[in-house]
Design a protein around this ligand. Structure first.
Ligand code: GLU
Length: 503
């Protein structure tokens, strides 16, 4: 780590051009949590060093790309608070920012490589390449394209052309090692035979991923490419393309792999994959940001709660770890609880309201103060915003008909409980003011007068006014419910008790 950081510091110091970083999602799905982490690190790097954060949509795979996913990605980023400076919908000096609109720019670079003989048209057929892999496997060698297409004579090529074979454009790899300095991983290299003649463009001249990325990162003056470690094998290819095109590569930083607690690649079995799902599940964006940054980064001390603004100050690319990052859902839940309790009540009400209505509570805007007062009582119990409706529905159910069978009648029968609740009802009518301390004092006095343990009285009252055994503190709840609701519910509870007593 120390040597790593020193090397990284050197790489960073050597940079003289402005900081320009990018997030380059493929719109084949909405915002994935892995991409959200990448976006976050790029964002923090840009904001922390006064740089520019660019969003580039990598939609060269037309079949798998979808405009609705592009919108989903924007929405996810906005929800997390990661705003970008240049991109498809905001423009900028190096646009267009959608790869599907940049094919002419790529074509030029492909032509340059063909002209310099750093690339060639490959007229092999899919069957030939499959046969080659088959043979390599049979010989116990790893399957790898051998450069077969380089060796065709002019006559062979002419024959294939007339047979209608559509060529791909392949990069001509040299048999030499490839290496680069990575801010996180240090110097990494592969042996001379690792990188094969990879395809850079289709037969129609349209560029594929590695080619498009290199051209874009160069043209958009990207200073640092920060992305997941799963891209390292691409980076070796990209380094070769930079060199062949006569360009200086940007600095690279590959973020650690995200794994589950069994050290396997994080997958849908381990947790939701899409940022939108976390939102639906009632996580706060603050909690998700706080959680995502720790997938690879740590401040170097015990602190663990950071707002996005604080992270802008604290985050250093040099402090990103090499070790795989373990996705621990319990930690995310912990952060969510912390962040929910950090919100002030009005803000929490603002955020919880849409979850409450989505969860089935029929709320009208004039109920906002009542909703907020009830929510205050649930502060401690609310672990996820999507639990709002389930925790609070009894506040809003005007037909609530409590099932008094939930009282266990251990020390006092249903009939005795009914007599006691008659007195509670009288007290609810008379107590003035109708607030938490006054209700508590009155109810304790009543228990003493009845010669009941306080708890033996409070539980049936609780069930009567809320319909459940577990609730926020009883008298505060009664205060929020108000006199009329308590009255109505006690009346229905007495009917329920009468039935139980008669049974
Ligand atoms: N489009 C790539 C992806 O979604 C990102 C490529 C890159 O960051 O260079 O994984």
């Amino acid at each position: 780590m120390a040597a790593n950081a020193a090397a990284a510091g050197e790489i960073l110091r050597a940079m003289t051009q402005p900081i320009r970083v990018r997030m380059a999602p493929s719109p084949t799905g909405d915002l994935h949590v892995g991409n959200a982490r990448t976006a976050l690190c790029n964002y923090l790097m840009a904001r922390g060093l006064g740089g520019t954060f660019i969003l580039r949509v990598e939609d060269t795979d037309a079949q798998r790309s979808d405009a609705s996913h592009e919108e989903g990605i924007y929405e996810g980023l906005r929800w997390l608070g990661l705003d970008w400076d240049e991109g498809p919908n905001v423009g900028g000096p190096f646009g267009p920012y959608r790869q599907s609109e940049r094919q002419d720019i790529y074509r030029e670079a492909v032509q340059q490589l063909l002209a310099n003989e750093r690339a060639y048209y490959d007229y092999t057929t899919a069957d030939e390449r499959a046969a080659e892999r088959e043979q390599q496997r049979a010989e116990g060698r790893p399957p790898r394209y051998s450069g077969l297409g380089r060796r065709f004579s002019a006559a062979e090529i002419a024959e294939r052309k007339s047979a209608g074979v559509i060529p791909a454009v392949r990069f001509r790899s040299e048999p030499s090692p490839v290496q680069f300095d990575d801010i996180v991983l240090g110097n990494i290299r592969v042996g001379p035979d690792e990188v094969d003649d990879f395809v850079i463009a289709r037969g129609d001249g349209s560029a594929l991923y590695n080619m498009a990325v290199v051209v874009d990162d160069e043209h958009m003056r990207i200073s640092h490419v920060i992305r997941g470690k799963d891209h390292v094998s691409n980076t070796f290819r990209q380094v070769l393309l930079y060199e062949a095109l006569g360009w200086t590569p940007p600095a690279f930083a590959h973020l650690p792999l995200v794994v589950n607690r069994r050290r396997q690649k994080f997958s849908s079995r381990d947790g939701a994959q899409w940022v939108g799902e976390y939102r639906t599940q009632g996580y706060l964006p603050e909690a998700l940001v706080n959680f995502l940054v720790f997938l690879g980064w740590a401040p170097g001390d015990e602190r663990e709660i950071f707002s996005l603004d604080e992270l802008v100050q604290e985050f250093r690319l040099e402090r990103v770890n090499r070790a795989d990052a373990v996705f621990d859902p319990q930690r995310l839940d912990h952060f969510n609880g912390v962040w929910i309790r950090r919100l002030d009540l009005q803000e929490l009400a603002e955020r919880a309201w849409p979850y409450a209505t989505a969860g089935g509570l029929d709320l009208s805007s004039d109920q906002r103060p009542y909703f907020t007062a009830a929510l205050e009582l649930e502060y401690e119990r609310l672990s996820h915003l999507n639990r709002t409706a389930e925790l609070m529905d009894f506040f809003f159910d005007d037909d609530l008909d409590p099932d008094m069978g939930q009282v266990r009648f251990r020390r006092h029968s249903a009939a005795e409980t009914a007599t006691a609740l008659e007195r509670v009802a009288a007290l609810v009518d008379a107590t003035e003011p109708f607030d938490d301390p006054t209700l508590e004092a009155a109810m304790r006095a009543l228990a003493a007068d009845l010669n009941w343990r306080a708890g033996d009285l409070f539980m049936p009252v609780r069930i009567a006014v809320t319909g459940r055994r577990a609730t926020p503190p009883l008298f505060a709840t009664m205060e929020v419910l108000g006199r009329q609701r308590c009255r109505d519910r006690l009346r229905r509870a007495l009917v329920s008790l009468a039935k139980l007593a008669a049974a």
